[in-house]
Design a protein around this ligand. Structure first.
Ligand SMILES: *[C@@H]1O[C@H](CO)[C@@H](O)[C@H](O)[C@H]1NC(C)=O
Ligand SMILES: *[C@@H]1O[C@H](CO)[C@@H](O)[C@H](O)[C@H]1NC(C)=O
Ligand SMILES: *[C@@H]1O[C@H](CO)[C@@H](O)[C@H](O)[C@H]1NC(C)=O
Ligand SMILES: *[C@@H]1O[C@H](CO)[C@@H](O)[C@H](O)[C@H]1NC(C)=O
Ligand SMILES: *[C@@H]1O[C@H](CO)[C@@H](O)[C@H](O)[C@H]1NC(C)=O
Ligand SMILES: *[C@@H]1O[C@H](CO)[C@@H](O)[C@H](O)[C@H]1NC(C)=O
Length: 424
């Protein structure tokens, strides 16, 4: 019943600051560059999230601990199928599996993995500097995304410890302490939170993969120079309920466009994804959602993704490139974008609102690079110094989304995003 209540979604059609008044719930009510009203409607109070952002939240619901309510017991066939498929995948890479097993024994013997019982990701003080933000967007639907909340905590600082922690198929929280140079891409399994211990924690030289996985949080991690087998920093296939938050992604632009591949790619009917507060820079092809014009049978009706409060800088394209899916792109900053930004194609639809584009070529397009167009509703975007080269050939019907969210005023978004996106 609780699940049902949570899944019942409220379609809220927020208007922007012009219509602001104190009767709007979840409205921004403060922050260093905020010039709007600071009052909240009755039953709501103004909660400070950081120096730049305060928001009206229900008075008795101001703790992020409320996400605990989203825990759901899922015994769906989809999950069972996922488990079976994962086993198959492991079998086909026998060499890798045996390596992991060996490493596991070593790591367990040296007992340097720190285990803690019943930790809670909601307790930011137990996770050093991580500022827990509220999950907003498509990853909050379909039962929600809580990662390994309530599971065992492991702290890892090298690849063998990480692989050993991931060998546990139960829910778990893995704290990554420092930058780990990966010798291969790492497979992250279901019900896992992978969280950086501080602002300089994460991975270099390789990336992470998810396949047939469900319910994963990737938070406060730096990814760079991802040159594993996929050449992606995050590569997810057939995976659902993934939240990527407060991460940083970068490679370089000194090599060709195809030397690296994607930074955050979701393909093969992945679904219910949120990418928030990430800093994504110095790269060519950033975020591919739906990999091929010919994959419509698998992807149509899937690939629901939200991007909010991300800072895209010095990137070539794919911010995102969205085929067949449904995208909500709000409160992001695009700066120095060479080829194109939001590229919606093959029947995909997107709502693109309250973003800032600075020196960004082709902010929004629906007719680029594919045989069929996509559709977009755009509103309240600031195209700044960008000469408006939008190419919206089809205006869609996606003018609201089935979850609660607040849009920040486009005039304050640049400062909010550049000061808060990325790791802490
Ligand atoms: C205040 O906002 C609410 C909710 O958006 C709206 O219904 C109401 O008309 C607004 N009132 C004024 C005076 O603008
Ligand atoms: C995290 O949030 C706290 C309080 O909201 C704020 O004071 C602090 O500056 C934030 N930390 C970072 C690194 O942004
Ligand atoms: C929180 O507030 C709502 C609405 O005012 C109320 O129905 C609910 O009982 C309150 N919950 C708690 C735990 O106080
Ligand atoms: C993840 O956790 C859910 C809820 O406890 C459980 O039903 C599911 O089987 C788990 N998934 C895997 C792959 O272990
Ligand atoms: C959060 O962690 C701190 C330090 O470990 C602890 O004192 C506090 O009781 C925890 N709070 C909650 C709500 O668990
Ligand atoms: C990983 O780190 C642990 C703890 O510091 C150490 O004992 C172990 O030798 C390291 N393993 C590798 C392969 O570096």
């Amino acid at each position: 019943m609780k699940t049902a209540l949570i899944i019942i979604v409220t379609i809220l059609n927020y208007t922007t600051s012009l219509a602001a008044n104190c009767s709007q719930p979840y409205y921004q009510c403060g922050g260093s560059s905020w010039n709007g009203l600071t009052c909240c409607t009755s039953g709501y109070s103004c909660k400070k999230f950081n120096e730049f952002f305060s928001q009206c939240v229900p008075s008795n619901n101001s703790s992020p601990d409320s996400t605990t309510k989203k825990i759901t017991k899922k015994t769906t066939t989809a999950t069972k199928k996922a488990t079976t498929k994962k086993t198959t995948t492991k079998k086909t890479t026998v060499k890798k599996t045996s390596k992991i097993t060996t490493t596991k024994k070593t790591a367990t013997k040296t007992t340097n993995i720190i285990k803690t019982k019943n930790p809670s990701i909601s307790n930011s003080s137990s996770l050093s500097n991580v500022n827990i933000t509220e999950l907003i967007g498509y990853a909050s639907l379909n039962g929600g995304t809580i990662g390994g909340q309530g599971g065992q905590t492991y702290t890892v600082s090298n690849q063998s410890q990480l692989e050993s922690a991931l060998a546990n198929n139960d829910k778990k929280i893995i704290i990554v302490d420092g930058i780990i140079k990966l010798t291969s891409d790492i497979i992250v399994n279901s019900n896992t939170s992978l969280i950086g211990a501080n602002k300089n924690s994460g991975f270099t030289n390789g990336g992470i993969k998810m396949k047939n996985a469900k319910n994963i949080i990737i938070q406060n991690l730096k990814f760079s120079y991802c040159l594993g087998s996929n050449k992606d920093c995050i590569n997810a296939q057939k995976s659902t309920n993934i939240w990527v938050d407060h991460c940083e992604f970068f490679n370089d632009r000194n090599h060709g466009k195809d030397y690296y591949d994607g930074l955050i790619d979701f393909t093969h009917a992945s679904d219910y994804i949120t990418i928030s507060w990430c800093s994504i820079h110095d790269h060519y092809k950033a975020s591919l959602i739906g990999h091929s014009d010919t994959n419509g049978n698998e992807d149509t009706g899937k690939l629901h993704i939200t991007y909010h409060h991300n800072y895209f800088k010095n990137v070539g394209s794919r911010l995102p490139s969205l085929r067949f899916g449904t995208g909500h792109v709000f409160n992001n900053v695009y700066e120095n974008i060479e080829s194109s930004c939001v590229n919606v194609r093959m029947g995909a639809q997107a709502l693109v609102e309250n973003n800032v584009f600075l020196n960004a070529n082709k902010p929004i397009s629906t007719n680029l690079d594919s045989s069929q167009e996509g559709s977009v509703i755009q509103r309240n975007n600031d195209f700044g110094t960008t000469s408006n080269t939008n190419s919206i050939t089809s205006v869609g019907t996606l003018n609201s989304v089935p979850y609660k969210y607040t849009v920040d005023n486009v005039n304050s978004i640049y400062k909010i995003v550049i000061n808060n996106a990325g790791t802490h």
